[in-house]
Design a protein. Sequence first.
Length: 70
Amino acid sequence: MLKGINMSTQTITKKCEACTYWKPNAAHTDGECRRHAPQTIVFNVTSDAKFESRFPVTKAGDWCGDFSAK
């Protein structure tokens, strides 16, 4: 546990769904974190490598240190 931080309180009050940087999906169960630029990912389709940029997907109840209240 980090000194001076109550983790149970932080996960309840500072979760993604309450963050200004989070864009929820239609069901509001997960969404995209828009705090930073999209990240490039590599994936295989047939025998070719493909590249794409995407924002990280998080669950509504997740949290991180970059939280900013809406």
